[in-house]
Design a protein around this ligand. Sequence first.
Ligand code: SF4
Length: 206
Amino acid sequence: MNFKECKRCGTCCRKGGPSFHFEDKGIIEDGHIPARHLYTIRKGEPVRDNISEKIVYAPSDIIKIKGQKNGWTCFYYDEIEKRCAVYKYRPLECKLLKCWDTREIERVFGKNLLTRKEVMSSVEGLWELIVEHDQRCSYKEIRKLTDEHGKTKKENLSEKIDEIIAYDKIMRELVVKKGQLDSELLDFLFGRPLSVTMRLNSAEKL
Ligand code: SF4
C-alpha cells in the first residue's frame, strides 16, 4: 500500500476490534467504554491470532469490544458516518494500528493484556464468583475431557462436559435473576457462554 494516512475505510474496525491492554484500564473504569460493551475471551479459549492467522489458545484473559449484531464489526463503528463513536477514548491498539505500516501494533500485540483481575478483583463477592466459574468451566479441562472422549468414547466423559456447560448456563441465569446483575455484563464477567463458544469452536474444527 502506498498511502500514509488513515482513509477511514473502516476495514480494521470491521475485523473484530482491539484487545485491551493495561494502558486501557482507565477507559473502562471511567466509563468511556463500559464493561457491558465488552466481552472476555477466557484463558485457554481457542482464538484466531490476527497476525499468524492461526488458531491459538488464549494465554490469559483477552478483553475485547463486542461486535454489532453478533458480527465482527466493532460496536463503536458508525457505518453511516464512517467514524469511531469513542474516537477520543479509543483503546491503545486502535491508536497504533496503521494498516499501511503494522510495526507499531506488532510491538504491543499480545503484550501487557488487561485481564478481568485488574478490573474486577476489588469487587468483593463478584470476583470470587468469577474465579469459581473459571475453575469449574476451565477450557483446559474441557479440552482434556473432549480429547479423552474422542479417543475412548466413554459416556461418563461426555456427561462431565454436559455438566460443565449446564453449570455455566445456570450460574448466568442465577446471577441475573437472584443477584440482579445486568445481563449485558455476563460476557465480560464470565466470558461468552460455553454453549456458544463450543459451537463456534467445533465450526472451526478445533
Ligand atoms: S474502538 Fe473505534 S477505532 Fe477501535 S475498532 Fe472500534 S470503532 Fe474502530
